[in-house]
Design a protein around this ligand. Structure first.
Ligand code: DX5
Ligand code: ZN
Length: 223
């Protein structure tokens, strides 16, 4: 494995009445990041975390917070997620007519910048912004809900993005998000992904977060 494996649990399936405890539990269980699935009810039908919710958990957890903005106007909201304590902000290329400018604005707010690609969006959509971002998120489901099935056809896009990054000598991580579990993570890692978002696979493991995260890391690294 040429790069380290990072496990970023999505808290979309968490018990929102105990969100702080769930996040501290994920940290104790060895998660590398917390993945916040932000949905505005317009870019995707679901509605989830505002910045105040994230800010309320920020003091409890030392892990990096990555906000995945599945919203129509991420450039209008970015500053609020920076103020809430997010370390990385991922915007969807499909929601950004001025992606180059938006990524620069995210960086000016002091956050790392990520670009997400929906399943139908080609890798070429990020060809001219790899010098402006630190992460490319290849969606392996159609965004909006947890618990969906992994789209294996996205592995070729993961490999394509990985090749673009390596050929350009960029320091950009490739993340996958959606339907990632102990079986699907192996193929996604082999295709070139290194950051893995998992919601259901972490929260539905009867043996707990520690077991789920350990299993995911083992399946991604092969040992
Ligand atoms: C979907 C979200 C994903 C999802 C992952 O719109 O971006 O992060 O919550 O959930 P699982 O791992 O259950 O597919
Ligand atoms: Zn996500």
């Amino acid at each position: 494995m040429a790069f380290e494996v990072l496990i970023a649990p999505s808290v979309l399936p968490a018990d929102f009445a105990r969100l702080g405890e769930e996040c501290t539990g994920l940290e104790k269980a060895g998660a590398d990041r917390i993945h916040w699935d932000v949905m505005d009810g317009r870019f995707v039908p679901n509605l989830t975390f505002g910045p105040d919710v994230i800010a309320s958990v920020r003091p409890l957890v030392s892990l990096p917070f990555e906000a995945h903005l599945m919203v129509e106007a991420p450039h209008e909201l970015a500053h609020r997620y920076a103020a809430a304590g997010c370390d990385l902000l991922t915007v969807h290329v499909e929601a950004c007519p001025h992606l180059h400018r938006t990524l620069g604005a995210v960086r000016e707010l002091g956050m790392d910048a990520g670009v997400a690609l929906n399943p139908a969006t080609p890798a070429s959509a990020v060809a001219h912004v790899l010098d402006l971002c630190q992460l490319v998120l290849v969606m392996t489901v159609n965004p909006g809900w947890g618990g969906q099935s992994y789209i294996a056809a996205m592995e070729s896009k993961v490999a394509e993005v990985r090749a673009m990054i390596d050929e350009g000598g960029h320091d950009v991580k490739v993340e996958v998000d959606g339907g990632i579990g102990p079986v699907t993570i192996t193929a996604a890692a082999r295709a070139g992904a290194e950051v893995f978002v998992a919601g259901s696979a972490v929260f539905s493991d009867n043996l707990g977060f520690d077991h789920a995260i350990t299993e995911l890391r083992r399946a991604a690294t092969g040992h």
